[in-house]
Ligand binder design. Sequence first.
Ligand code: FAD
Length: 320
Amino acid sequence: MSTVLVLAELTPSGVRPATLELLTAARALGEPAAVVVGPVADDVRAALAEHGATTVYAVDAPDADRYLALPKAQALVDLAGQTSPAAILITSGTEGKDVAAKVAVRLDAGIITDAVAVASDGGTVTATQAVVAGSQHATSEFTRTPAVITMRPNATSAEAAPAAGEVQQMSVSTADAAQGGEITARTEKAASGRPELTDAAVVVAGGRGVGSEDGFGVIEQLADALGGAVGATRAVTDLSWASHDLQVGQTGKTVAPNLYVAAGVSGAIQHRAGMQSSKTIVAINKDPKAPIFAISDFGVVGDLHQVLPALIDQVKSRRG
Ligand code: FAD
């Protein structure tokens, strides 16, 4: 069976959930092998093996954290030379797409970004993307291999399928990484205590209907009551009522949580493009004709400043 290389991403608490989703998706294409740039802790190896990694490549790339995408891209290119993989899977995101593009160019391979599904008939790999602002799906066939694919977080669920997870050490030269961007300073992001927007199982998003920056506070309160992340429309981020990194949509982030609560959001096509793959959508809007209701599983017609405080009370009392 062909190897499928999966670029693993780590967080301070272990393996990023999106990596476990990639390992799950990779099993449809061949035998998953995880690629970790940096040391592999025991709990990281265990999580990768639990989700199907037959091999875990621990890549020693000196000073890799000083550079942007190149050391990771070089590791994948070197490993592709050794393992002739059917596909290389990377999580969609700014860095993931940067890595994927560099890998595809160096391998003269086909590339598809922002896939929501992958498949193989044993020979040909296909990847499906949500297109036309998420209203259609397009499935494309790779004619040049390996198939380099970035997949959106939450496009599939992570499922366990224990495998050996045998660790193999390898090293990559960072000499030519210096030709790429070098990181000269880092500023730590203020910790919100909330989950990462693109990884969260619950997202509560506020639109212009919140009325003001202070009015946006009720969105944060509901997110905290539900243990979710906060999202916003572009109207809200343009007004500086919420930070730009919370913007969901065509020119913001793409999310697909189990629960998406949209309050005071009209449901413009550019916003829907970033959230309409959510499993359950709940909308609160005072206009019964708001387009968001057309894609909602549950809707409340009403003033969000009355509905959300009542909802927060209910959530808190039920969660004890
Ligand atoms: P509005 O459209 O003004 O809607 C506010 C809603 O709140 C209304 O439906 C209203 O009935 C309701 N409301 C008002 N008061 C209350 C209340 N008290 N209680 C309950 N409901 C209330 N937008 C994005 O979100 N993400 C993007 O990535 C994005 N990219 C774009 C890219 C391009 C190229 C362009 C042209 C536009 C883009 N937009 C994007 C903007 C998009 O077209 C919309 O303008 C925007 O999504 C509207 O935001 P909104 O729903 O918050 O505001």
